[in-house]
Design a protein around this ligand. Sequence first.
Ligand SMILES: [Cu+2]
Length: 141
Amino acid sequence: MPFIRKLTTVCMALTLLASLPPMYGAFAASKVVTARVDRQGDGYVWSMQSPIKIGLVQVSLLLKDEKGKPLVGREISGSIRMPTMPMEGYPAELAFNEDKDGRYLALVQYPHGGYWEITATVADEQGRKHTQTFGFDLPMD
Ligand SMILES: [Cu+2]
C-alpha cells in the first residue's frame, strides 16, 4: 500500500510538471517569430522577411534574379499601409538601405496588430519600375 501511494504521488508530480505551460510560455513569448513572403515576376525573385511584432522592427528584403543571382546596388523604395483601415500617417514611406548580397533593410513601425502590407519597388537598368506587395498578419495583442 505505501508503494502504491508513492507511485501515485510520483504520477501526480509528473502530471503537475507536464501541466506547467506558463513557464514554457514565458520563454516562448520572448522569442520573436519572423514571417517570410516570397514573390516572383518580371525576372525578379523577392523574399521579404518581417518580425511578427508590434512596434519598431527591421524588415529584410532579399532580391535576386530568376537564376538566383543576388541583385546588388539597386535603389529600393517602399511603403507600408493597412489596406483595411485609413490611418493617420499611413501609407508611410520606407527607406530601404542596402546590406549585402542582395539584401536590403528597412525600419517599419507596426503601431498595432492586424493585416499590414509592405510594397517595394525596384528600377531595372532601363529605369522601368517593378513592384511587389507583401502581406504580414500581426496578432491583435
Ligand atoms: Cu490600423
